[in-house]
Design a protein around this ligand. Structure first.
Ligand code: ACM
Length: 545
């Protein structure tokens, strides 16, 4: 958040030989959109979208032969015996049936035709998340080593189909997919979006809507910012007032809300069905007014402050010398870890301006040990690097151009010591930053962030002194001080979110703004078909609809 903010101190690659093939340049996606430019604004009826014209850019594309067409007789043929492949087939049918109007039965019989979802590729360069998609006259076949790859391949198939495929009512076809092969795998293992459900609360349905949107762009992490000064959003049985009292308001004084444990489990389940891991965050030791207001004993003076509905930061701190503080942290992390199948727990650590430095370091030592004790990997905002990150901890960098050299060096030093970094530069991928001076929603403390600025940076070289091998991935956070609904989230997230997803997925060799903006423009009608009211950035050659 980030009003009146001054900064305090401010993978594995799965591609292997695939990248070499790309570099050898059969037909990389970076080159494809040139030829695709005309298709953006006037896709001739019946002519399929060029094979590489998707977001994120695929690693390798080889157009070839006749297109495939989905028809009334098409079957979705999944690997018999794989429950996951069956579920992905059902998911795909769920996307395709309303708009095509076809039955699209999902079957375990492989007739060799139709839409085929196959597990068990021998191409180790695909890793756990890569896939190949082969499209020809009689069939389109997606092959992967694991279900996540199959799911990402299905997103590619979706994007290759006409935009109207996203509609919920029957549309006119034809439903063609260009002929050829896509061979694809992610650059980074961590590709995330963060939703701040604390400043304003978002319902389970709203979170699911965002999950579906980020899954379309092959992200694989949903970071939920579950607590902050303005609201505590997750039920904790051993400290029931956190949610029941600390969750009952939000910025501006609205009713707030919180997730029951079953709500949270439903979010986790739904995210997993889209191959997304939930990364829950309890922001500590600052950003804790909602907790301090809920339990007087957490305060050094034993007096609970009132609930807070403003937008300042840096004024709250847990009482780091008190033993009860660590009972609290332990109980919260224990219950959250038990609810969370994913490997990470995010413990915040940002803007702890009301915690002395030594207290901060001592607190973060204890909090990290608690996360480890409950079997999880620590993630913290990059201020964690000003304490002592434990082995295996991940730091999330949210600095920006104005971030001082000393703070950057601290992060680089931590990286040299083995701390992996997730990059979320605020003046690039904080999706709540205004696009320009006329943007009604959002904040501007990191500056205006137009679409090109958001896309046009290289995570592998972004931080001086940090080798590419220290970068675990990219995450696009969206803070919700000014955002109260899915519609408002989407006005800020789109069209920048697909760019952040592409930075996380696509090989650096495909990075090219002029090519990207054409592929992004082609997403405009898809956003509209999905009911996403996106920002019509003048930097992007949107088709006239
Ligand atoms: C942050 O924006 N304070 C992580």
């Amino acid at each position: 958040m980030r009003v009146h903010r001054t900064q305090r101190t401010a993978l594995p690659r799965l591609l292997g030989s695939l990248l070499l093939l790309t570099a050898a340049g059969i037909s990389s996606a970076g080159a494809v959109p040139q030829g695709a430019a005309a298709a953006t604004s006037g896709q001739a009826a019946g002519s399929p979208r060029p094979l590489g014209q998707i977001v994120p850019a695929p690693a390798r594309v080889s157009p070839d032969g006749s297109p495939y067409a989905i028809t009334a007789g098409t079957k979705i043929r999944v690997d018999d015996g794989s429950r996951e492949a069956r579920k992905i087939g059902d998911y795909l049918a769920g996307v395709l049936r309303p708009s095509t109007g076809y039955d699209l039965p999902v079957t375990g019989h492989d007739g060799g035709d139709g839409i085929r979802l196959r597990l068990g590729s021998h191409d180790s360069a695909l890793g756990a998340e890569g896939y190949t998609l082969r499209s020809a006259r009689g069939s389109v076949t997606i092959t992967a080593r694991g279900p996540a790859g199959l799911f990402h391949g299905v997103q590619t198939l979706r994007q290759l189909l006409p935009d109207q495929v996203e509609m919920n009512s029957r549309q006119k076809g034809p439903w063609k997919v260009a002929g050829g092969t896509v061979t694809d795998a992610p650059r980074y293992a961590y590709r995330g979006a963060m939703l701040d459900v604390s400043r304003h609360f978002f319902s389970v349905a709203e979170v699911k809507r965002y999950i579906d949107q980020i899954a379309l762009y092959k992200m694989n992490k949903l970071h939920l910012h579950l607590s902050d000064d303005q609201g505590w959003r997750i039920a904790i049985d051993s400290w029931p007032r956190l949610a029941a009292y600390g969750g009952q308001t939000e910025v501006g004084g609205g009713a707030g809300g919180y997730y029951t444990k079953s709500d949270y489990k439903e979010i986790v389940r739904y995210a997993a069905s889209r191959y997304l891991e939930v990364v829950p965050e309890i922001d500590l030791p600052g950003h804790t007014n909602a907790a301090l207001a809920s339990y007087a004993k957490l305060n050094c003076d034993g007096a609970a402050p009132p609930l807070y509905t403003g937008t300042n930061v840096g004024f709250s701190s847990l009482c780091t010398p008190k033993a009860v503080t660590y009972d609290f942290v332990n109980d919260v992390i224990r219950e959250l870890a038990a609810l969370t199948p994913g490997r990470y727990i995010h413990i915040g650590g940002d803007e702890a301006r009301s915690t002395g430095h030594d207290d901060y370091v001592a607190f973060m030592d204890k909090a990290q040990a608690i996360v480890g004790k409950h079997g999880k990997t620590v993630v913290g905002w990059h201020q964690l690097t000003g304490a002592k990150p434990v082995a295996g901890a991940v730091a999330q960098y949210w600095g920006y151009d104005a971030t001082g050299a000393a703070e950057r060096k601290q992060v680089a030093d931590a990286a040299a010591n083995g701390t992996k970094l997730v990059l979320s530069p605020a003046d690039r991928v904080y999706l709540d930053m205004k696009y320009d001076k006329d943007t009604a929603l959002g904040l501007a403390w990191a500056g205006y962030v137009e679409v090109q600025r958001s896309y046009d940076w290289n995570p592998g070289t972004y931080l001086e002194g940090v080798p590419g091998s220290s970068i675990l991935g990219v995450e696009a956070p969206i803070w919700s001080e000014t955002l109260t609904s899915s519609d408002e989230i989407e006005q800020m997230a789109f069209p920048r979110l697909p760019g952040a997803a592409e930075l996380g997925w696509s090989p650096a060799s495909t990075h090219d703004w002029d090519a990207y903006k054409v592929r992004l423009a082609a997403q405009g009608p898809r956003f509209s078909a999905l009911g996403i009211d996106y920002y019509r950035s003048p930097q992007v050659p949107w088709p006239t609809q």
